[in-house]
Design a protein. Structure first.
Lengths: 354, 354
DNA sequence: CTGAAAGCGCTTACAG
DNA sequence: CTGAAAGCGCTTACAG
């Protein structure tokens, strides 16, 4: 008798399954096989309620036997969540943010969430569009890796969806910010060059309006002033965080016969560009010019010569951003903090010649 | 009279909307406002059927007025598709694949699709898990950026879901492959060094079992043999496509006092590592040793000295993979082809000293 | 060309 | 502790 019922059930299952996709196992099928209601299966899956041991075992067995995997879309539709987190990055191929993304991916994956990456391309308008795209995809939360969005925009956004933002300090309901001490990092880099005996130190700035960039410049100025040096604006060149702008800055500098013995680039990529500019002019690092970057990209140690830099752990930043988001989602107050900047001295910085 | 109905409708809309999320506008609301059935709105949205002009205008107006954005999950559940494509990459922070991802992102975005990135970390088992994850997310197709999955696994996978794979030539139903001519690229790089007069040319190999790596090695051998040189296995060192393995290879080489005048690294990252190894030993590029890489990463031109390489357009590869997937999804036979390899001569390669 | 209706695979009050 | 039922927001045969 029991067998007969089982067989009848099975043929029914097969029929259902083949409707659209032969592989699809549904929660209903699990419920039937386990002899419980779909509600019970759902509750076991989500840990929503305490279920008697026997039923739980039966359900777990059925899940294993059938190889059941919940359909995230049905879950999302019914439960009002997607188990996916939107991540706004500047460029998915950025050497710095790429590492952060892998940290995010790691932590989210552990918690059963997926990441949806969208690129803002260093443009506030595009970043706004990213938010729209992510909203339409119904992500459960948004991680914003720095960028140019205004504080106000972020606060408004956080009213309807949890937001974690890096690269600034902001307090608002539903929002958590993770800020790296760019000021201190900028100060340390400059201080390192001062300690070596440099006095004419060039600063190649990052993308204008970017909080990171501004803070690093502030750190540069602070170190200079603390050393009793006057801030010389002709030593501060514009940049945009890309290699090409570092090259351009050095070319310009050399063109106007500006005298200097060291360069602090607001990120490693620009430092690489600057190094090329020096190389092209026959200037050697660090003999003729000392060079220090910022970020400590994986590539920094493979530059020739290996680049001194301020270490900022992108991977850890990504992990932190992800775990903070998860906490926000679970109603836990995030308390994580980004590690302090660290000076990494390699071979690109040395005392000046004379 | 008409006004009254509209007002009544509105209050109903508000009630519905506030149920879960105050911002949510549904297709039903659009239908009501436009005075048509939900089916019609759906058909207009999807271009599934020809709809009379008047109704279309009414619906478009209603969509605009309400700021309606279709819920992708409901769409997915009902329509059996998610408008999302899974992308299996080796590491989301890979300098090479990162650029490919941005190409994929660009093309997919244009078509209203999203990408779901998962990383295989150069491991066949992890890549298999990636497929499972993507399946459970119900992606409409899977793009596999090279990797170690067996041909058989890919073919099997393609039976139930469209697959585009790069880095190999494979024919199977539901599958399209995009292969870069790594053999020719390897040959060209080696030929370049031969043309400069080098005879003792080291090859630093890529990750074992990776088709890219094997092909580049084959190209190396072919060029050597065409030049009438005997293949010397002691000149071929193991690598894994990472900087560190390039460094290690050179260290090993120098340790065993192997004589050579040039190095061909199977990718730029290993070339950077090799450059560091040479630098540490006081050897200069290209005076003492010529160096050529493969991929032509954005960083290659910023190396010191700028690195000669074989150009492979990762961005274009990504675009091609994405458009091919879109074609597969639309029942169109993809015909795209990856551009041929291109030799880029910079400053890291020169004739040998003697 | 267009509607009414059923259904996609789940979750969650609502009742016991 | 557990079910039956309604509903999430769409799409798609099925009828006109």
């Amino acid at each position: 008798m029991k067998n007969k019922i089982l067989m009848a059930d099975k043929s029914r299952l097969v029929k259902q399954a083949s409707a659209r996709n032969a592989q699809v196992v549904t929660l209903d099928m699990v419920a039937q096989l386990a002899g419980v209601s779909p509600s019970t299966v759902s509750r076991i899956l989500n840990g929503t309620a305490v279920v008697s041991g026997l039923k739980k075992t039966a359900v777990d067995d059925a899940i294993a036997k059938l190889g059941f995997v919940p359909n995230p879309m049905a879950r999302g539709l019914a439960g009002g969540r997607t188990l996916s987190i939107g991540v706004i990055t500047q460029a998915i191929d950025s050497p710095f943010y790429g590492v952060a993304l892998s940290g995010i991916e790691y932590e989210l994956d552990r918690a059963g969430y997926s990441a949806l990456y969208v690129s803002g391309h260093w443009d506030a308008k595009e970043e706004s569009k990213c938010i729209d795209v992510l909203r339409s995809r119904r992500v459960d939360g948004i991680i914003v890796l720095t960028g140019r969005l205004s504080d106000q925009t972020l606060k408004t956004c956080a009213k309807t969806i949890p937001v974690v933002v890096t690269g600034r300090s902001l307090k608002a309901p539903g929002l958590f910010s993770l800020n790296f001490d760019n000021f201190e990092g900028g100060r340390m880099a400059t201080q390192h060059l001062l300690d070596l005996g440099h006095r004419r130190i060039v600063f190649i700035a990052g993308a204008p309006d970017h909080p990171d960039a501004n803070e690093r410049l502030r750190g540069y100025r602070a170190a200079l002033e603390a050393a009793g040096l006057v801030y010389d604006p002709t030593l501060v060149l514009a940049g945009d965080f890309r290699e090409s702008s570092g090259l351009q800055a050095v070319t310009q500098l050399l063109g106007q016969k500006c005298s200097f013995t060291a360069i602090f680039a607001a990120n490693d990529q620009m430092a690489f560009g600057a190094a090329l500019g020096l190389h092209r002019s026959g200037l050697r690092v660090p003999r003729d010019v000392s060079l220090i970057g910022f970020d400590d990209l994986p590539m920094a140690m493979y530059a020739a010569p290996p680049l001194s830099s301020i270490h900022e752990s992108a991977y850890e930043l990504g992990c932190l951003a992800a775990t903070s988001m998860l906490q926000l989602l679970n109603g836990v107050k995030p308390l994580g903090q980004v590690p302090a900047p660290l000076l990494v001295v390699r071979e690109s910085s040395a005392p000046p010649l004379n």
